[in-house]
Design a protein around this ligand. Sequence first.
Ligand SMILES: [Ca+2]
Ligand SMILES: [Ca+2]
Ligand SMILES: [Ca+2]
Length: 272
Amino acid sequence: MAGMGGQAGNLAQGGFSGAGGGGVVCAIKGDFDGDGTPDCATVSSAKQLSFYKGVGAGGYQATAIVSSLPCWGSLTLPAVADVDGDGRDDIVQTTNQSGLGYDAVLFLGQSNGTFQCPTSESSASFPRGFQPTYLSVTGDFTKDGRKDVFFVAVSGTMGSNQVQWIVFSGMTVGSNQLRMTATSVAFILGTCGAANPTSAQDLDADTNLDVVVSAQICGMGDAINTPQTINVYGNGDGTFHCGGGQTVSRPNPTQQTGMWVCQSDGTYAASN
Ligand SMILES: [Ca+2]
Ligand SMILES: [Ca+2]
Ligand SMILES: [Ca+2]
């Protein structure tokens, strides 16, 4: 570890972020080897994923176990969850490196601290023409006992930005493949709009996991309106419905004024 400089004990600092005077903060945290103690993963500029085994109390072994990641370039805001159900946390990362659209890639945590990389570039794809927004939340949205990853996807086309709720689910233990479930949402955010999930919880106590989304709708002159909270209610199979007559603002000026109003069938409809 020569050249790392200055750290004491068994706290690894190479590759960690947020060290500014208050101790180290792990960039990607999860129990990747399944021993019950949180571990840390980092990615180097050489496209190698490093695993720092957790030793408890927020510490990590200083010596990394390095995986070879021939199909990956970077990890940005990855989701961490045990999506294949083997008791070890995994990493789900979105990417557009195929050039054909946005994909999700699944890296399976292994008991020896390495990660199993997909043999093909993609584990699953977003609907063509749609791209994920920045954040994700995890939880068992399909009620099969395995955690899934929820994204908001937008079309990104000029003047519209249609919205879909996207869930990626694991297939079987040890499989790098994901199943994508999309729910089309009958409203748009406007060109400058944005939306991200902020938490997963059972909002309506029907045992199906729901999602709270924070959305910003385009206002006049492409100004961003005040963020609004959208409750996204799970159907237990990876799809979702709206509820409670909830309304979502329509962007100006392209869609005029008015709201999208949740109908009794769980879909939104425009109302002037
Ligand atoms: Ca661990
Ligand atoms: Ca796993
Ligand atoms: Ca699930």
